[in-house]
Design a protein around this ligand. Structure first.
Ligand SMILES: C[S@@+](CC[C@H](N)C(=O)[O-])C[C@H]1O[C@@H](n2cnc3c(N)ncnc32)[C@H](O)[C@@H]1O
Length: 437
């Protein structure tokens, strides 16, 4: 049996001033900073990117994100390997553990050459136990460490989801976050049957492609006939059907995936969002696709429309735990406190949105969350507090192949659904009907 690696204080040393950086250190340093910002400070990956990857461009930037993403995805299993090799578990927040996470992600997931991984890991330990890190990385190579077939979910998320959805969902969630998700495209108009021969159509104006293609290089990107949107994310707008020129408030609209669907379905869309930066992306998306909407920057906690609309879509800000397979930072940083805060915010936004629906009109509420507090519980509380409102049950023919409404007529997508076709993100969607005047 191999002897556990011991921490050795004598092995700690700072790098001498003037020692040249080994090639490839910059993206690894950025990956380490990214991991630190996400795991210790709870920053979202895209926010952490600004500070962590400053000065990095192109392939180096993409490499930094790939390392951090794989370290997050496989963190529980990488930690288990490291803990099995050390005499005492390293504290969770020491730099040497973080360096080992990114180094082993390179070695075991991205299959980077061992010498490059070791040469770039040791300078990052900087004042910590270099010899310990070196010994673990040497052992990983000598013993040909392997990760399990499926990445384990972080224990806190696994526990929370087991309580809400049962053990089968956890299996499916672990399965779905171990493999890169496919690319879903939404189309402004139904493409010709022979136009996307390698794609699968799971709903009208939808095509699913295997992962690994550069989106900008795909046919028709510049012409703007389609945009990337997970199939589950396309369901809320599908429940609104054809607009026939009627008015809709698209609340929390940026970067505009649903705005484009609604505009393409002939709704007169007012797209509202509080983030100027995200509205820029919405504007660029509309320009590329040639679709039209009125764009308003406003915080819907205080903003008011001039008039009620035929329909309102509230794609509410949420914990985003449903998109964990695309954003592996999410389940490491979301805690019950944030879910509670989001649920409180959503209840307030939903109550305001309801006031802006014409009598007899439609309100669609959606979140990309796997937490009942942000979905089922939210709608139950809304219906308790708003007399005359009712769920307008979704019909299977309005959804996508393999997706059916729940017993209340709402839509709950979970990992494991349409798994053979590549799965889908976790969403909750309710279509609500306003009382007649
Ligand atoms: C789930 S994302 C929306 C995605 C978008 N509907 C789409 O399909 O592309 C939530 C959005 O809510 C916005 N947001 C958060 N709080 C808000 C508020 N109080 N008022 C308006 N927008 C808000 C965020 O800026 C973010 O763009």
């Amino acid at each position: 049996m191999p002897r556990p690696v011991m921490a050795d204080r004598r092995s700690s040393r700072r790098r001498p001033r003037g020692e040249a950086d080994p090639p490839g250190l910059a993206p690894r340093r950025a990956a380490l900073r990214l991991l630190d910002a996400i795991v210790r400070r709870g920053d979202p990956l895209d926010v952490a990117m600004h500070a962590a990857a400053q000065g990095l461009v192109g392939a180096d930037r993409a490499f930094a994100v790939a390392i951090a993403s794989e370290a997050l995805r496989w963190m529980t299993d990488i930690d288990a390997l490291v803990d099995g090799a050390t005499a005492q578990p390293l504290p969770d927040d020491v730099k040497s553990r973080a360096v080992l996470r990114i180094a082993l992600a390179q070695l075991l997931v991205l299959k980077s050459p061992g010498h490059a991984v070791v040469a770039t890991a040791l300078p990052l330990v900087d004042g910590g136990p270099r010899r310990l890190v070196h010994a673990i990385l040497s052992r990983a190579q000598k013993e040909k460490w392997e990760l399990p077939a499926r990445a384990s979910l972080p224990p806190a998320a696994a526990e929370r989801w087991t309580a809400q959805w049962g053990a089968t969902m956890i299996e499916a969630a672990a399965e779905s976050w171990s493999v890169p998700p496919p690319i879903d495209l939404s189309f402004a108009a139904e493409p010709a049957p022979d136009e996307w021969p390698d794609a699968v159509a799971l709903a009208p104006r939808h095509r699913r492609l295997p992962r690994g293609q550069a989106v900008e290089a795909m046919p028709g990107f510049a012409e703007g006939g389609w945009w990337v949107q997970d199939l589950a994310a396309s369901l809320p707008a599908r429940l609104l059907g054809a607009g026939a020129g009627r008015t809709i408030l698209d609340l929390c609209a940026a970067p505009g995936g649903k705005t484009m669907q609604l505009a393409a379905a002939n709704w007169a869309v007012t797209a509202v969002d509080s983030s100027a930066r995200r509205l820029e992306r919405l504007r660029a998306n509309l320009t590329r696709t040639g679709l039209a909407a009125t764009i308003v920057q406003g915080d819907i906690r205080t903003w008011e429309p001039d008039a009620a609309a035929d329909a309102v879509l509230l794609d509410a800000p949420c914990s985003a735990t449903g998109i964990f397979r695309r954003h592996p930072d999410v389940i490491h940083r979301i805690e019950p406190r944030q879910i509670e805060e989001m649920a409180t915010l959503q209840a307030g936004l939903l109550a305001r949105a309801a006031k802006w629906v014409k009598p007899g009109g439609t309100l669609v509420y959606a979140t990309c969350s796997l937490e009942r507090a942000e979905g089922e519980d939210q709608v139950a509380a809304f219906l308790d507090a708003h007399r005359g409102w009712a769920i307008d049950a979704a019909r299977p023919d309005e959804l996508a192949t393999g997706i059916t409404p729940d017993i209340n007529g709402c839509v709950r997508t979970l990992p494991g659904q349409i798994a053979d076709a590549g799965g889908l993100d976790g969403f909750f969607i309710a279509r609500l009907r306003a009382p007649d005047a």
